[in-house]
Design a protein around this ligand. Structure first.
Ligand code: FAD
Length: 413
């Protein structure tokens, strides 16, 4: 149809958009996903957390992803010189999934959208949502443009779920953007052919190598033989490092005693990206006729790989509430969406902040001193940030600095 009329318009076909669309389709709603790009397309966000397995299972995406044979991720290793801290998701405080995947997002997102289409969800690729006009009753008219032939049409919808990631369509249009209060970081990253990959676990283990307090390297091996390499540091450090993005990445890679040999001859097989000021926030996550999810709502920092899991958690929650609302139920978006989502974000925010103060690094590299604490921290790293039975969730803002202080006292005594 030229100007379709649907129940729910979903802007963006990343993990958030696909989870929301699958849920609503299963509930019998008429859903349309509009995606600016053609898939497969590169996206960053490759290390998943066990918590998101629950979302993929609930909406019926798990089997397709599982069949794609992505590398399984059972935990995460942090190293700093000779210090090593390894978290094993099977040894965590909160019950739940103890594994997930590490994925090249181009292929992963394509599996998601292929599955959507197989289930009868219409996805308009190469189509950008330009702007949205929402009426006081929540119904909306969105103007969309085909990227290749520049033709425009309008889409009528009863509700919009914004899953546009860094497009941040509604946050921009409704001036909901808010400066993030985590440290302003930047990153350079690429994929390489991992020609020197060691056999066994060492070859496939996801690792975060701490180069200095603010700077760390990620190594994310994929099942296709390629590996994602990236560095995160404060914006100033990345900006003042000389050369193009790949030269910058190599400069940091050479500082890694653990990895410089393995990757010394590796050539990038995709562009090397240079990205700054990626932390985003919003003053409000919902309004009449719409909800913001995933990166279109909030993104903190890559350090704990929380982005995709937050995207799928928020998308599923928004989709569930939308389904209830369109059925005629009264929905309390403030408590059941905004406060719920923000409580999880705030837990991760404490961990991000305390990583860069060094307090969390102190706890990680002395984690084997107290295995119960380690199990509780492991739950947070697996994405179980809504389990308030976990003291490392409930007291997230106090427990990390206090415990780091005690750990340092003990070491110095
Ligand atoms: P996206 O995946 O960005 O998808 C949004 C989609 O919307 C895109 O396909 C886009 O083309 C489309 N779109 C945008 N605007 C429009 C428009 N106007 N009309 C139509 N379509 C539109 N997260 C992790 O979980 N693990 C990691 O290891 C990780 N590493 C990261 C490293 C770095 C350096 C950065 C910056 C982020 C990292 N993230 C990571 C975060 C992760 O990239 C995001 O949190 C995640 O992709 C968000 O998913 P999403 O579905 O909200 O958005």
């Amino acid at each position: 149809k030229d100007n379709p009329s649907v129940d729910i318009l979903i802007i963006g076909a990343g993990p958030a958009g696909c989870v929301a669309a699958m849920y609503l389709k299963q509930k019998g709603y008429n859903v349309l996903v509009v995606e600016k790009n053609e898939f497969p397309r590169f996206a960053i966000g490759e290390s998943l957390l066990p918590r998101c397995m629950e979302h993929f299972t609930e909406v019926g995406l798990f089997d397709a992803i599982n069949q794609a044979g992505f590398e399984k991720k059972y935990g995460a290793r942090f190293i700093r010189g000779n210090d090593v801290c390894e978290f094993d998701f099977s040894d965590k405080f909160t019950e739940g999934w103890d594994w997930t995947w590490q994925v090249p997002r181009a292929e992963f997102d394509k599996v998601l959208t292929d599955t959507l289409e197989k289930h009868g969800v219409k996805v308009l690729f190469n189509t950008e949502v330009l702007d949205v006009d929402i009426q006081p009753n929540g119904s909306s008219t969105s103007r969309v443009k085909h990227i290749k032939n520049a033709s425009e049409k309008t889409i009528l919808a009863k509700f919009i779920i914004d899953c546009s990631g860094y497009g941040r369509l509604l946050a921009n249009q409704m001036t909901l953007n808010k400066a993030s209060d985590v440290q302003v970081n930047a990153s350079v990253f690429t994929h390489v052919k991992d020609v020197n990959r060691p056999k066994g676990k060492e070859g496939t283990l996801i690792t975060f190598d701490v180069l200095d307090l603010n700077t760390w390297l990620w190594v994310i091996p994929f099942s296709n033989g390629n590996t994602s390499l990236g560095v995160v540091s404060n914006e100033e450090t990345i900006k003042k490092t000389k050369g193009d993005a790949f030269t910058k990445l190599n400069y940091f890679l050479n500082k890694s005693e653990h990895y410089k040999q393995r990757f010394k001859d590796c050539e990038p097989i995709i562009n090397t990206y240079d990205m700054c000021a990626f932390s985003k926030s919003a003053t409000k996550l919902y309004g009449t006729g719409f909800a913001l999810t995933g990166n279109s709502a909030e993104f903190l920092d890559p350090v704990f790989s929380s982005g995709v899991t937050f995207a799928t958690e928020s998308a599923l929650k928004a989709a569930q509430l939308t389904a209830l609302q369109l059925k005629g139920d009264l929905v309390n978006w403030e408590t059941d969406y905004e406060l719920y989502i923000k409580s999880g974000v705030n837990v991760f925010k404490s961990y991000v902040k305390e990583w860069y103060t060094g307090n969390l690094q102190t706890l990680f590299f002395n984690a084997d001193d107290n295995l119960e604490n380690k199990r509780q921290i492991c739950s947070v790293l697996a994405g179980y940030v809504w389990d308030i039975a976990n003291p490392f969730v409930k007291h997230h803002d106090r427990i990390l600095p206090n415990l780091a202080y005690l750990t340092k006292m003990k070491k110095n005594s």
